[in-house]
Design a binder for this molecule. Structure first.
Ligand SMILES: [Zn+2]
Length: 500
């Protein structure tokens, strides 16, 4: 019975709105890009809905691409998830229903849960005069004054979609406006309630959002929750309280590029394709390892010419950047000259001394400050054992985005080995390895790990293209065609990561 009631309430707004004529998109809307999050709204129906229901104020920024979720095309925004039906009309997911996001503890806040006794008192969808009755019920359940406090919940609800939003041409149908508000929020699923930890906060739960009154500022606003649903799907960035509630959810940690359709457990999430759903518009940072006094590995040939790793790294990085820029990617290089990245020798990590860690921190800072979406550090290998040869791609398996880093490393390995084979250089694949295999159990490359004062914030890999300390590898690296081949391989791996 409880399930039936819940489902009935979930359907209310849907039925109500099916009586409203759906306006067709007025013009062929063009894609809109939001650099704030790196995502765009491309579908004309989503653009139209965004515009006519209050835009950024109502939805926040897009935080996903369009993808298929439980059989429907959807797009996640900071505050809501848009869903498109085959006839083109758009609705919001009932995000806060028990099936999707039943949680009450988010980042220190404690929200009321779904009150099924309350929702069972909502007017029946099939009753005559339903559309008036449901609005009257909402007026009663979502008050403007509660316990003597001016929570303004009803006022906030009914002013969600303004006449100007819904009717940009000016001809307003006031009877429908509240229907649009209902479309955004759904119906209340709890009564107002204090945060048990903070009596200055009052919340009211709706099907698609939570209204929040803050006594310290006297303001009432909706809480951004769809962003957290994305974090649940990704299994990343979750505050500890929500993490412990959501860990057993069928949606938790599903975003996995190592699986078909990027869905980790498809039995839990049928008719869903998460491929690149949460990959923002690419900003690539290419890092040429070493530089200046840090020469890295080196090899001196019998004719006394010497190849140094720092030079090869820069040569390959510069070529890779050129290929990617030609293909339309935004590319940032940590260095373009033979110097430290921390060229001014500043104590950027603030530990009281200037050392290699400052140079590495500077590289990470460049990537973080650019909001890079992918980081590739380009190196060549060196070892005391001159017999070691071949390519290795490292990633850190101990970061929240490790699966994406592993996927990137796998693409790099595949493309690098294929490119060297085409040059006639076979049997060199040392494969994808976790960085602990190079630096010891429990340790990670400084550049990829959590040890720096400001760790990197994006999927990353470190590629070691052949051993400079092996005579035959060094000979191959003397040929500029090898550097071209490696640059082409790294660029192709990055293109493949973004499905190009
Ligand atoms: Zn190196």
């Amino acid at each position: 019975m409880v399930w039936l009631r819940r489902w009935t309430v979930a359907m209310l707004a849907t039925v109500f709105l099916s009586t409203i004529p759906w306006p067709r998109p007025a013009h062929a809307a063009t894609s809109r890009f939001f650099p704030q999050t790196g995502f765009s709204i491309d579908d004309p129906h989503f653009i139209d809905f965004f515009d006519r229901r209050g835009g950024l104020r109502t939805f926040g920024y897009p935080v996903s691409r369009e993808f298929t979720f439980l059989g429907f095309p959807v797009q996640v925004f900071q505050r809501a998830v848009m869903q498109r039906y085959p006839d083109g009309h758009v609705q919001l997911l009932n995000l806060l229903d028990t099936g999707l996001f039943p949680y009450t503890q988010v980042n220190g806040a404690i929200f009321p849960g779904v009150d099924t006794q309350l929702t069972s008192t909502a007017p029946s969808v099939t009753s005559p005069g339903y559309s008036q009755a449901i609005l009257a019920w909402i007026r009663k359940i979502a008050p403007d004054r509660w316990n003597g406090i001016p929570v303004a919940f009803h006022q906030t609800f009914v002013s969600t979609v303004s006449p100007r939003d819904a009717y940009p041409s000016g001809k307003v149908n006031p009877a429908l406006l509240t229907g649009f508000d209902l479309e955004i929020w759904g119906v209340p699923t709890s009564r107002p309630a204090f945060d048990p930890h903070n009596s200055k906060f009052v919340y009211q739960r709706f099907q698609r959002g939570i209204l929040h009154y803050d006594k310290t500022t006297g303001t009432t606003q909706g809480i951004l929750l769809a962003d957290y649903f994305k974090d649940i799907l990704m299994g990343e960035n979750l505050p500890n309280d929500l993490l412990s509630e959501a860990r057993s959810s069928r949606f938790f940690g599903q975003y996995n590029p190592l699986k078909p359709g990027w869905v980790d457990r498809p039995n839990d999430l049928p008719n869903t394709d998460l491929t690149r759903a949460f990959e923002p518009s690419p900003i690539i940072v290419l890092d040429a390892g070493h530089g200046g006094k840090e020469i890295g590995a080196s090899y001196t040939f019998p004719d006394h010419t010497t190849l140094t790793e720092k030079d090869l790294n820069l040569a390959v990085t510069t070529r890779t950047a050129a290929i990617l820029r030609q293909a339309g990617f935004t590319v940032i290089q940590t260095r373009t000259t033979d110097s430290w990245v921390d060229a001014k020798m500043l104590d950027v990590d603030g530990d009281g001394k200037v050392d290699l860690a400052d140079d590495l921190q500077s590289r990470i800072d460049i990537a973080n400050n650019a909001h890079a979406t992918l980081f590739l550090s380009i190196h060549f290998n060196g070892d005391d054992n001159p017999n070691l040869r071949g390519t290795t791609v490292y990633y850190n398996n101990d970061r929240s985005f490790a699966r994406r880093s592993q996927y990137f490393a796998t693409l790099l390995d595949r493309e690098t080995v294929a490119a060297l084979r085409r040059l006639g250089y076979a049997d060199v694949d040392r494969g994808v390895q976790i960085d602990s295999q190079a630096v010891g159990t429990g340790n990670h490359f400084y550049l990829l790990g959590l040890h720096p004062k400001r760790p990197s914030q994006m999927p990353a890999a470190l590629v070691e293209g052949l051993f400079l300390t092996n005579p035959s590898d060094a000979q191959v690296l003397r040929n500029p065609l090898t550097l071209d081949a490696l640059a082409g391989a790294y660029a192709r791996a990055i293109e493949a990561y973004y499905g190009r």
